[in-house]
Design a binder for this molecule. Structure first.
Ligand SMILES: [Zn+2]
Length: 73
């Protein structure tokens, strides 16, 4: 079953917009996930710490995507 492909507004990755997808319609499932740690630390962290956390999240997302692609091929 095919779903419309959207580009995530947060990380620019393409994702399938499934009707029951939680969160924002313009964000991929990974970016729609609530991140309590991020919310909690947002105010107390400086820009470099935020950047490091975002990069860690992106690396995790990329690893997840790599796994999915490998499963397909
Ligand atoms: Zn995203």
């Amino acid at each position: 079953m095919a779903f419309p492909i959207r580009t995530c507004a947060a990380c620019s990755e393409e994702f399938e917009l499934k009707p029951d997808k939680p969160g924002f319609a313009n964000r991929c499932p990974a970016c729609s996930e609530p991140d309590p740690l991020d919310l909690k630390t947002k105010q107390s962290m400086d820009a470099d710490e935020r950047k490091a956390l975002i990069e860690a999240n992106e690396a995790r997302r990329r690893a997840m995507r790599d796994l999915l692609y490998r499963k397909d091929s």
